[in-house]
Ligand binder design. Structure first.
Ligand SMILES: [Zn+2]
Length: 182
């Protein structure tokens, strides 16, 4: 009888603690999903590794067109996201997602310095960011871009993200010159 009671007791204790232990682990993993490694950009902002390398390629290509990309906000810790969300709720800060709901917390979102939607920087992003796996995801935030390579549609070959023909550098020039010489 007492043994049966003891078994029940153990069983009930397990039922009570197991889900909490599991939930605790899930929560602790959430900030950097799938154990993703964070990488520090030159200006100090952090991004998940793949997002960072895609961003750096995008930044380098933009620079060849005299467009200077700058990340104002990349990865955010849960505490930082909570602060921003609380400020937003009090009407003291810009829109911010609920803690745990922002891709900034996964190191996959960047807030870029764009000015507004009429600037060459914004125009360049709209035309090119998809080739690097970045897309706009928040209608009211033209500065907010997320690295989503799986769901970001690649443009047609030779075209940019909005269907305009890519102006490629002329790689034929040297070979044309050499044919002329021979
Ligand atoms: Zn953002």
């Amino acid at each position: 009888m007492s043994l049966a009671l003891l078994r029940w007791g153990v069983f009930l204790l397990l039922c009570w603690f197991a889900p909490q232990a599991l939930a605790g682990e899930a929560n602790s993993r959430r900030p950097t999903a799938r154990g993703a490694k964070l990488v520090r950009l030159k200006n100090g902002q952090l991004l998940q590794r793949d997002a960072a390398s895609a961003y750096q390629q995008m930044k380098a290509e933009a620079r060849t067109k005299n467009i200077y990309l700058w990340v104002r906000s990349g990865y955010r810790s849960p505490a930082k996201q909570r602060r921003l969300y609380e400020r937003y709720r009090k009407g003291k800060g810009p829109q911010a997602a609920r803690p745990g709901r922002s891709n900034h917390q996964r190191g996959l979102a960047v807030d870029l310095v764009i000015g507004d939607v009429t600037t060459p920087t914004y125009d360049w992003l709209v035309s090119n960011a998809c080739r690097f796996g970045f897309k706009r995801t928040v209608r009211s935030e033209p500065w907010h871009w997320e690295y989503r390579p799986r769901t970001t549609r690649e443009p047609e070959p030779g075209f940019d993200c909005v269907g305009r023909p890519l102006k490629l550098p002329r790689p034929e020039t040297p070979s044309v010159a050499s044919t002329e010489k021979s």
